[in-house]
Design a protein around this ligand. Structure first.
Ligand code: MSP
Length: 508
């Protein structure tokens, strides 16, 4: 059976979860649900990144020791996963023993392979991104240096271990050329390539001026650089250092979904370190864009963060998922506004989809004893509508394998548009009076289309699609993508359940 391993970045526990964390998580969950439905064996991991200076400082600000601080904040992220009803198979905390063991084994392997040396680090560091910068990447204002995002960097000077990153410049460039789909979208691959071409310096990978992190074996005044610690979480979840054949196969089918801001770590440092540790590389790294709030960068200091839990409680889980997945093609930046949100969910979910299902099912309840009038077959006049629906599965499969989630939804909703047009032109409520048989055919075509849509939408809007399939009285075992064909079509006289409103309409 096919395997796939899907990962979210692990989240810093310096703050409350926001829309960015929810976005990455929803993308991964949609992929996980999609591939599960396609009968893949899926591993899907998420978790929290709990070490480093940034988290230590956040704990200090709250007058808490780091461990009790991270215990509390990590729970908020676990809670987010529960509210988002995600299907993760693991939740990693970097303060767990299994992770420390994995990170130390990874370190030891680098050391054993002569990829690490001890020296002194002198240079710029941003606590916000936990990242080192060369002076040429910064701008100077009044004797202070800032990153492109306007974050002030600090000068550090201390004994440090280094990873021989500079040895990997050509190896990485060759790898990118041989594996053009390793980093997606293509524009991000080009960005990474030009960064690597501009020259790689060895990377400082330990710190001595604070304590909150994994201690380096036999050199306990050194703390592992938080990014090495964090990146190895992807291996920890599969049981590293004791990968068996099965786990190694998952690893080779790994997709890292990340935000564009952490591409350097995943697209350059991580593959170089994996090469250095004689491990295979993940299959794909996909960098998605960032959400702004009404055109402004989202930040705690601006007080414009968007709380995903509040959004779910106010509008519903599927509505939130749908907006994030549909509004922008994966990889592009998106702008969030409550106006755009309401307009999108009203027009697509309430008007287009919900209304249609409700009108048809109510009519059948009233006039056909809530039973499907005819079994659809190839010789029906309007069979082409169903053919279009059955063919959607293949179309969506190509798109989803390419991680084109928004485009997949666009295709599904184009089909729903066509069904609305069909409903308007066939007018079964009028035809019923003169030719009930003909009306019955149109209604059955619509019901069978709802079965197709209900099944196909499961990975994207799981709550509503299970409502649709419940109303249609479809057995839980018959909700797989491979049931989308005419042989499995709904039988004549199949009894439907009570019609229900699926999506409320919101006032804008
Ligand atoms: N801890 C690191 C990741 C380590 S992975 C080995 C980290 N954490 S984070 O909490 O700061 O960010 C987690 C994810 O949220 C990143 O992928 C980041 O891109 C994403 N987002 C944060 N703000 C965002 C938006 N405004 N919009 C979309 N995603 C954004 O980085």
């Amino acid at each position: 059976m096919n395997k796939i391993y899907i990962t979210t970045p692990i989240f810093y526990v310096n703050d409350l979860p926001h829309i960015g964390h929810a976005y990455t998580t929803i993308i991964c969950d949609t992929l996980a649900k999609y591939f599960k439905n396609k009968k893949f064996n899926v591993r899907f991991t998420t978790g929290t990144d709990e070490h480093g200076l940034k988290v230590e400082k956040a704990a200090n600000l709250k007058n808490k020791d780091p461990k009790s601080f991270v215990d509390v904040v990590s729970k908020n992220f676990r809670e987010l996963g529960i509210k988002l009803e995600i299907s993760n198979s693991d939740f990693i905390r970097t303060t767990e023993e299994r992770h420390k063991k994995s990170a130390i084994s990874f370190w030891n392997k680098l050391q054993e392979n002569d990829q690490i040396y001890l020296s002194d680090y002198k240079g710029w560091y941003s606590i916000k991104d936990e990242s080192f910068y060369q002076e040429k990447e910064l701008s100077k204002v009044n004797n202070n240096f800032f990153t492109v995002d306007g974050e002030k960097v600090e000068w550090i000077q201390e004994e440090s271990y280094f990873f021989k990153l500079s040895n990997f410049q050509q190896k990485l460039l060759d790898y990118y050329d041989e594996n053009p789909n390793f980093i997606k979208p293509k524009s991000r691959m080009n960005e990474v390539k030009s960064f690597v071409k501009s020259g790689l310096k060895d990377l400082s990978i330990s710190r001595t001026s604070f304590n909150w992190g994994i201690k380096i074996p036999k050199k306990s005044n050194h703390i592992m650089y938080v990014w090495i610690d964090a990146l190895t979480n992807y291996l920890t979840s599969l049981g590293y250092p004791n990968f068996n054949k099965d786990e190694l196969e998952y690893w080779q089918e790994c997709i890292h979904i990340i935000g564009k801001d952490i591409l350097k770590f995943h697209g350059i440092y991580w593959p170089a370190m994996l090469m250095a540790a004689d491990l295979p590389l993940p299959k794909t790294i996909f960098a998605h864009g960032w959400w702004t709030n009404e055109g402004k960068k989202i930040s705690k200091s601006l007080g414009n963060t968007i709380d995903p839990i509040e959004m779910i409680e106010k509008y519903g889980l599927d509505q939130f998922r749908y907006f994030l997945l549909r509004e922008v093609p994966l990889g592009n930046d998106g702008d969030f506004s409550e106006r755009a949100f309401i307009s999108r969910i009203n027009s697509d979910l309430s008007n287009n989809l919900g209304n249609l299902i409700q009108r048809v099912t109510k009519f059948i309840q009233k006039n056909y004893d809530n039973r499907v009038p005819v079994k659809v077959s190839l010789d029906l006049n309007n069979y082409s509508f169903l053919e279009e629906g059955y063919n959607l599965v293949t179309k969506i499969d190509v798109l989803m394998k390419n991680l084109e989630i928004s485009k997949s939804l666009e295709e599904i909703f184009l089909y729903i548009n066509n069904l609305n047009k069909f409903m308007d032109t066939s007018e079964p409520w009028k035809t019923f009076k003169v030719n009930p048989e003909k009306a019955g055919e149109s209604l059955s075509i619509l019901i069978e289309s709802f079965r197709i849509i209900g099944i196909i939408l499961q990975p994207f809007i799981p709550v509503a699609s299970s409502k649709i399939l419940d109303i249609l009285n479809i057995d839980k075992l018959d909700r797989n993508f491979d049931c989308i064909n005419v042989d499995n079509s709904i039988k004549k006289n199949h009894k439907l359940k009570e019609p229900l409103a699926i999506f409320p309409r919101y006032e804008s």
